[in-house]
Design a protein around this ligand. Structure first.
Ligand SMILES: [Zn+2]
Length: 152
């Protein structure tokens, strides 16, 4: 995949983030199949649904698995997300066997795809998704910064 492909995917994730409720941190995730066709998209809905696991990545994975038609496996799929995934989401991405993870902003405090941990590329795992981080980083980080500014 070229950087242009990855930027297109992150733009879709930025669109998805815009659907988050006013109370939810605007994080968006989109899953694409091996041909780059969109399978599912979601925004973080932890506050809206009162569910600690309702991160954008998890919601998009669940929806994509329903559509993809190969049970729970999302082999060949790429997940694009505006913020570096946490440990829960990184674990779920490994379990779903996605091929690639592309993300926008780095999350040094909780990131589990290279910042604080590197869950997806642990050499002890048999399935290790490829990663590209920092795609459209400024736009993705800016969305979060303006959300937290409005919160004050
Ligand atoms: Zn998460």
């Amino acid at each position: 995949m070229t950087l242009q492909d990855d930027e297109r995917m992150i733009r879709a994730a930025l669109d998805a983030a815009a659907a988050a409720s006013d109370a939810d941190v605007p994080v968006g995730a989109v899953l694409f199949d091996a041909d780059g066709v969109e399978l599912a998209r979601a925004a973080n809905a932890r506050e809206a649904s009162g569910d600690p696991t309702a991160h954008a990545e998890i919601l998009a994975l669940r929806e994509a698995a329903r559509i993809h038609g190969d049970g729970w496996r999302l082999e060949g799929a790429t997940l694009a997300v505006t913020l570096e995934p946490c440990t829960m989401c990184a674990g779920a991405l490994v379990l779903a066997r996605v091929k690639r993870v592309v993300f926008g902003a780095w999350e040094p405090k909780t990131g589990a795809v290279g910042s604080l941990w590197d869950v997806v590329r642990d050499r002890r795992l048999t399935h290790r998704p490829q990663v590209r981080g920092g795609v459209l980083e400024d736009e993705c980080a800016g969305l979060l910064e303006s959300f937290f500014q409005d919160q004050r």
